[in-house]
Design a protein around this ligand. Structure first.
Ligand code: NDP
Ligand code: HSE
Length: 427
């Protein structure tokens, strides 16, 4: 049997494990695919980098990724470099030339997946990207195959391990955000520059990919309403605990009628919700579908070996397709739904206010909520001298109504500050 020839672009955290698994599982992979996989090249940035005991012939390494992609003896291109360019150029080149592509590059898919999908159609090639969302968890294939006969209504997920680790340690130990981030960095969960994780960019890219697949609509990272976790305080976490909740960075995408909404933000969820018990750096995604009901996917969302597991699964699938002379179904974007602005999203809110403690304050504050049609569910006041902290939880209201309420509260002289505003989900 002729081998299926693979070029791997990138040999870092994920690429190293991909290459290792290709070597270690070679016999089983051959049996499962019906032909051997042959590694024909590995593109890296630095040839001089020490790659330890990696079982790869040193002559296979190159810094010319585009040259490797263009070679005639390449059937499958595996891209585990990341970023928009030059990855997009490499993958478009590969796909247009009829080479199958497996990528973990969530940033590129969320920024310009349309270009990649179009190139795959042009070249009649496969484009697989299971590893791009939630690492090892089989999630995209269930969305794009198993659930294609159903109607998905909502996907709620914890899709960033770093922020889940930080929020879990804030919940468990009572520390503030900065201290929890330092712990995450010391333990190797957070990167030296944690911006993409803590500001929600990484989760927003994953949310765009999930929304596109769930709702058959092209959703880009720029369409996602995004808030990070840097403003979540120890006091917020304590307040959540007092309500029987915890705080998670959630990605939420839902569709009703002609529109899809996609948002990433910290939110309080009840401890009884299945996502509340997802601790540490784990990921979990909760899918609600009309016929299937509620489904939960859970596992390791990051790390070299877990992510490589998803990459290898895709390699097996595209290799089998090549041998059978077929390709998977193209992108499904027929629904072309409108992206619902965040102002139209409805949920409940937890608002913490520092106020003056004197007669009429509660009435004035309540009046602002009433003026914007935001109904108050509970109020809790704790005093300290001439000042008090008011914690208000609302019934469901639109984001626009809540934003207008908060703006007016900020302008009141009896309100010293709006200490925090958090959404309450999952009830
Ligand atoms: P790393 O930074 O660890 O590795 C990147 C690799 O790409 C390195 O081997 C680097 O070479 C190589 N590289 C960089 N620039 C070039 C270039 N211009 N030409 C050739 N090679 C280049 O990244 P990760 O392995 O962590 O991530 C890879 C992809 O997987 C990203 O898209 C990421 O979002 C995604 N992903 C990562 C997860 C994780 O847990 N790490 C989880 C899920 C997805 P050199 O070794 O010489 O520096
Ligand atoms: N930085 C990401 C995380 C890696 O923390 O989940 C996986 O995409």
């Amino acid at each position: 049997m002729n081998p299926v020839r693979i070029a791997v672009l990138g040999c870092g955290t994920v690429g190293t494990e991909v290459v290792r698994l290709l070597h270690e599982q070679a016999a089983d992979l051959t049996a499962r695919i019906g032909a051997p996989l042959q590694l024909v090249g590995v593109a890296v940035r630095r040839l001089s980098r020490d790659r330890g005991d990696l079982p790869v012939d040193p002559d296979l390494f190159t810094t010319d990724a585009l040259g490797l992609v263009k070679r005639d003896d390449v059937d499958i291109v595996v891209e585990v470099v990341g970023g928009i360019e030059p990855a997009r150029t490499w993958l478009v080149e590969a796909l247009r030339a009829g080479k199958s592509v497996v990528t973990a590059n969530k940033a590129l898919l969320a920024e310009d997946g349309a270009t990649l999908h179009a190139a795959a159609v042009d070249g009649r090639a496969d484009l697989y990207y299971e590893a791009a969302v939630a690492g090892a968890i089989p999630l995209l294939r269930p969305l794009r195959e198993s659930l294609h006969g159903d109607r998905i209504t909502r996907v709620t997920g914890i899709v960033n391990g770093t922020t889940n680790f930080i929020l879990s340690s804030m919940d468990e130990t009572g520390v503030g955000f900065s201290e929890a981030l330092d712990q995450a960095t010391a333990l190797g969960y957070a990167e030296a520059d944690p911006t993409a994780d803590v500001e929600g960019f990484d989760a927003a890219a994953k949310a765009a990919i999930l929304a596109s697949l769930a709702f058959h609509t092209r959703v880009r990272a720029a369409d996602v309403h995004r808030e990070g976790i840097t403003e979540v305080s120890a006091a917020d976490m304590a307040s959540a605990k007092a309500m029987g909740c915890t705080i998670k960075l959630l990605c939420i995408t839902e569709s009703s009628g002609d529109a899809v909404s996609v948002r990433v933000h910290p939110a309080m969820i009840p401890r009884t919700h299945p996502l509340a018990s997802v601790g540490g750096a784990f990921n979990a995604v909760f899918v609600e579908a009309q016929a299937a009901g509620q489904l939960m996917f859970y596992g390791q969302g990051a790390g070299g070996a877990p992510t490589a597991s998803a990459v290898l699964g895709d390699i097996v699938a595209v290799a089998r397709n090549r041998l059978a002379g077929v390709r998977a179904a193209s992108e499904s974007a027929y629904a072309d739904l409108r992206i619902r602005p965040i102002g139209e999203a409805t949920t409940r809110y937890h608002i913490s206010l520092d106020v003056a403690d004197r007669a009429g304050v509660l009435a004035a504050v309540a009046g602002v909520f009433a003026a914007h049609g935001v109904s108050i569910a509970t109020v809790h006041q704790s005093g300290r001298g001439n000042e008090a902290v008011l914690v208000i939880v609302t019934h469901r209201a639109t984001d626009a109504a809540l934003a207008a309420t908060v703006e007016e509260l900020r302008a009141l002289d009896i309100v010293r500050s709006v200490a925090s505003v958090l959404r309450v989900e999952g009830e």
